[in-house]
Design a protein around this ligand. Structure first.
Ligand SMILES: *[C@@H]1O[C@H](CO)[C@@H](O)[C@H](O)[C@H]1NC(C)=O
Ligand SMILES: *[C@@H]1O[C@H](CO)[C@@H](O)[C@H](O)[C@H]1NC(C)=O
Ligand SMILES: *[C@@H]1O[C@H](CO)[C@@H](O)[C@H](O)[C@H]1NC(C)=O
Length: 289
């Protein structure tokens, strides 16, 4: 019976043998296959009506390493989605020349009563990546509110919440969290700044504004990417180092900009000497702003 079990004295050597096999495997893989980021990241993202979106985004044909980790575009049924602060947005327009996106909360595409409520931060965008464009203001949609308000509420509507008895909902200008126990949830969405308090009674207009979405400007990578493109490179991102990079033709790694020779159309694929297109980690770190 005891012979069915391995000799306990052999256990300590097992992790080491796994490590050796892994080490050999990794060496074989890296020597045989170097990923061609220059070609892969030259691919543009296209989905439905959105065409030719490149850096700083990645997704669907643009692998990781072609854009900032949080700027992932997902194509589903010809519609493009992006997740910002854990909220899914439909990407309606992309304007690379202005570095702007027009986005709308995905769960509001069919009205003001989504199937699930996600409380939001009062500030909905990630300021490491985006800025608001002017022309928008915050609107808060409260849900799961109880009926006993002592005052008249503009735009009160009914919206059932799973497992919550109170079904009242209402809009309010500004960015708010549920206060005083009147409501269970609040969702903050930017709407055009032309909206007035009187418009809060017009639920159809609110629904359309929320569905139409709002514009944001992405603030990362533009300067570095222009330098890279002008040097004949393709922009990308090094996850391990958390910074953008420039992939050069025929080079197996990124750098800040490419050697001028890399622009030459002939001789692809060619090996650019590393001294001409140095590894990114030999470059002095360059800041994002
Ligand atoms: C996406 O659009 C293409 C071209 O208009 C169409 O052929 C295709 O059926 C659409 N796919 C979906 C999932 O709607
Ligand atoms: C993100 O959203 C999902 C639902 O879409 C939720 O299950 C998850 O807990 C959220 N995570 C954070 C960190 O808020
Ligand atoms: C919405 O409110 C947040 C938090 O007060 C603020 O940081 C943000 O700038 C506001 N958004 C707009 C579009 O005004």
């Amino acid at each position: 019976m005891a012979s069915h079990f391995p000799d306990p004295s052999s256990f300590p050597s097992m992790p080491l043998s796994y490590m050796i096999i892994l080490f050999i495997l990794l060496n074989v893989i890296s020597s045989v296959h170097t990923f061609d980021y220059f070609s892969s990241c030259a691919n543009q993202f296209s989905c439905g009506d959105l065409r030719n979106v490149g850096f700083p985004f990645w997704g669907d044909g643009r692998p990781e390493g072609c854009g900032y980790p949080d700027l992932y575009l997902k194509c589903t049924g010809n519609l493009t989605y992006i997740t910002i602060k854990n909220i899914s947005y439909l990407v309606k327009e992309v304007h690379p020349e202005k570095n702007t996106l027009k986005i709308a909360r995905a769960e509001y595409s069919k009205g003001l009563c989504p199937s699930q409520f996600l409380n939001t931060n009062t500030d909905v965008i990630d300021h490491n990546l985006f800025d608001y464009l002017s022309g928008y203001q915050n609107l808060t949609l409260f849900y799961g509110c109880n009926v006993g308000f002592p005052w008249k509420i503009l735009g009160l509507f009914d919206c059932p919440v799973n497992g919550v008895a109170d079904t009242h909902a209402y809009p309010l200008l500004g960015a708010w969290v549920p206060i005083g126990g009147f409501c269970k949830y609040s969702v903050v969405v930017p709407v055009p700044s032309t909206f007035t308090v009187a418009d809060l009674a017009n639920l159809q207009a609110i629904g359309e504004a929320v569905k139409d979405g709002f514009e944001v400007k992405w603030t990362v990578g533009a300067k570095e990417c222009n330098e890279c493109l002008q040097s004949g490179g393709v922009c990308g991102y090094v996850y391990d180092l958390n910074k953008p990079t420039c992939y050069c033709k025929g080079s197996d790694s990124g750098s800040r900009v490419c050697d001028a020779d890399a622009k030459a159309p002939q001789g692809y694929p060619r090996n650019i000497p590393r001294s001409h297109c140095p590894f990114y980690f030999l470059e002095e770190p360059w800041s994002l702003q």
